[in-house]
Design a protein. Sequence first.
Length: 83
Amino acid sequence: MNPIIALLKENNISNEQISELFQTLTQNPLAAMATIGQLGLPPEKLQLLMGQVMQNPALIKEAVEELGLDFSKVEAAKAQLNK
């Protein structure tokens, strides 16, 4: 299991919330950051999660694929942010 998804599940985040989070990520990465903040993760877990993503951005792609979402939408959203 992807470590991002595992960390979220360890903190009692439901599969539905995880799917919604990554669906939001594929559509609007900035909104996904706000959504993560609303999950109620303890600050140390949130810091760990962010650290994992910063050290290994490929984890996002793996999680999106594991959830059956379209990673090309993440790339398109990222391109829009860079404009």
